[in-house]
Design a protein around this ligand. Structure first.
Ligand code: NI
Length: 137
């Protein structure tokens, strides 16, 4: 039996977005996305949980150094997303609707490429205190 440990870092960012499918009519966008289709955008206080899962290193006692994880999240996610308009300012959402589902997926791939292959990564993103998504699941 190989026991693994999960290490979670919690972060926060504010961002604006608009949910919109440019292949649909204005009526259909409003029907599907409602207020989230507001042309002038709206904001959320996103709460982010980044969970790294792996075997504890015998020499350090760590799965991952939380300072390294914190710096990685800052560079790859917070510096790009915080106080930004996701649709207009973040290249990953030029062609991708910035739903909580898609934001969590983008965050996963931004971070995953910097982590050791033997570490698993799970993203939990709260768009409101009552709504959150998890990726991958
Ligand atoms: Ni929204």
């Amino acid at each position: 039996m190989i026991y693994k440990t999960a290490v979670t870092r919690r972060e926060h960012f504010n961002a604006a977005h608009r949910l919109h499918n440019k292949n649909w009519s204005s009526d259909k966008n409003i029907e599907v996305f409602g207020k989230c289709n507001n042309p002038n955008f709206h904001g959320h206080n996103y709460e982010l949980e980044v969970k790294v899962i792996g075997v504890v290193n015998k020499e350090t006692g760590y799965v991952i150094d939380t300072k390294i994880l914190s710096d990685l999240i800052k560079t790859e996610v917070l510096d790009k997303f915080d106080h930004k308009n996701l649709n207009l300012d973040v290249v990953e959402f030029e062609q991708l609707n910035p739903t909580a589902e898609n934001i969590a997926m983008v965050i996963y791939f931004l971070l995953k490429k910097h982590l050791d292959d033997n570490l698993d990564l799970k993203i939990k993103l709260y768009e409101t205190p009552r709504n959150f998504v998890e990726f991958p699941y």
